[in-house]
Design a protein around this ligand. Structure first.
Ligand code: HEM
Length: 414
């Protein structure tokens, strides 16, 4: 029945991660899905939801789990699914994929280390780093935003936060790009092999750092994690390692794209760029609109624990059962006109911009949200105020990915 309805609307054509046009600009596809088939069945085991209300209630709802490998009944027939299942059952999982009670336990422990104080401690350092980059750019008359600013800032900030050596930054950048490739719906077996090889190199590197920190604790988050204890409970070595890997990857791949996509959106909306440059009152709210407009994380997933019901465009029920997976499309929710009038316009003072779901919602709400906001605000405000005549040189190049969406190259002149 649902398949018939989808076929009638042509919406089976609208969710197509394998299509380069979809990856290049998914927003028109999202819009048509949301208006014609907002709870769109992809196959017997998968439904994509695109309305803000549905995405939000799915992320927050007690009827959903995050650990889809455990709950999905989809038979693992292709080699990629087989490998993913094997890896999940071998315990290679971080807080991001866990459900209560394990998630609650780990989240309680790591929240102790990830305090507002730990983030605030990094503000002055971030400002200094950004100014150093901009001084060099000023001397050169231009720069490439991603390699020169958007990547090094989050990388050095997370390294500072964890007190990690920065001399292997190129390798760490490669490793985290390799690891995030596995989040893509189009990931291949070769991508999964590469990720395992990267983990094989990353673990001994981190192991050395953690052993050293155990002997010589400092003010950093790794030391705080080693000391964190709640109700007699501690992180074990595997949990600590998985968490530090996640912080590294999350710290690199997402904030980079917030700065990159954000600056590009501003260059495409010169009136908004000028408004922000001239009005510091926008500093604390503008980043939320950038996250809403073109967020770095476009989708995540949940597994219903029992039968749940969405509404289609005509108000008819679309049921999803335990064993199936719901793709929650954050990027589509953030452009839902029911929540954000004129959703395709960047409006920096938008009163409800902070209702975006770019950092997810509910139990897995991004732990690094305030850190990412702080870094982007400092990087972008300093950039646009220091170089009022900022302009794009040539065409930006996008990374060909969907789950983690970002510009790869953005040459700027002033
Ligand atoms: C603009 C930058 C960022 C974006 C858009 C982002 C987005 C997200 C999203 C969407 C989730 C939840 C996924 C889900 O619900 O399934 C998440 C979780 C998480 N993020 Fe971020 N993130 C960003 C930056 C960071 C940074 C800088 C850090 C840390 C240094 C970080 C650490 C985490 C952690 C630890 C989780 C897992 C929380 C949990 O499962 O309880 N993120 N992030």
């Amino acid at each position: 029945m649902t398949e018939e309805r989808s076929a009638r609307r042509g919406s089976t054509e609208l969710w197509r991660p394998a299509d380069p046009a979809f990856r290049a600009d998914p927003y028109p596809f999202y819009e048509r899905l949301r208006s014609t088939d907002p709870a769109h069945r992809l196959d017997e085991y998968t439904v994509v939801v695109t309305r803000h209300a549905d995405v939000s209630s799915t992320l927050r709802g007690p009827d959903f789990a995050r650990d889809i490998e455990r709950h999905s009944a989809a038979p693992a027939i292709d080699p990629v699914s087989v490998r993913r299942k094997e890896r999940a059952s071998n315990g290679g999982r971080s807080i991001l994929n866990l459900d209560p009670p394990d998630h609650t336990r780990l989240r309680r422990l790591v929240t102790q280390a990830f305090t507002p104080r730990a983030v605030e401690r990094l503000r002055a350092i971030t400002e200094r780093m950004v100014d150093e980059v901009l001084d060099r750019a000023a001397a050169d008359g231009g720069f490439e935003l991603i390699d020169d600013l958007a990547f090094p800032i989050p990388f050095r900030v997370i390294s500072e936060m964890l007190d990690m050596p920065t001399d292997r930054s190129d390798e760490l950048r490669d490793w985290s790009q390799i690891l995030t490739a596995t989040l893509e719906p189009t990931a291949t077996l070769a991508d999964l092999d590469a990720a395992e090889a990267a983990i094989g190199e990353l673990i001994p590197f981190l192991d050395g750092v953690i052993t050293d920190r155990r002997r010589n604790p400092g003010e950093d988050v790794v030391s705080a994690l080693l000391a964190a204890e709640a109700e007699g409970d501690r992180l074990d070595m595997a949990e600590l390692m998985a968490f530090v890997v996640l912080l590294y990857v999350a710290g690199h791949e997402t904030t980079v794209n917030l700065i990159g996509n954000g600056v590009l959106a501003l260059l495409h909306h010169p009136d908004q760029l000028a408004a922000w440059r001239d009005d510091p009152a926008l500093d604390s709210v503008a980043v939320d609109e950038l996250l809403r407009y073109d967020g770095p994380v476009q989708q995540t997933v949940r597994a219903p624990l029992q039968t749940v019901s969405y509404r289609d465009a005509e108000g008819e029920a679309v049921e999803v059962h335990h064993g199936e997976v719901v793709i929650t499309c954050l990027g589509a929710a953030n452009r839902d006109p029911e929540m954000f009038p004129e959703p395709d316009r960047l409006i920096l003072g938008r009163p409800n911009a902070n209702r975006h779901l770019a950092f997810s919602s509910g139990a897995h709400y991004c732990l690094g949200a305030s850190l990412a906001r702080m870094e982007a605000e400092i990087a972008i405000t300093r950039l646009i105020r220091r170089f009022p005549d900022l302009r794009l040189v040539g065409e930006p190049r996008w990374r060909d990915r969907l789950t983690i969406r970002g510009v790869d190259r953005l040459q700027l002149a002033f």
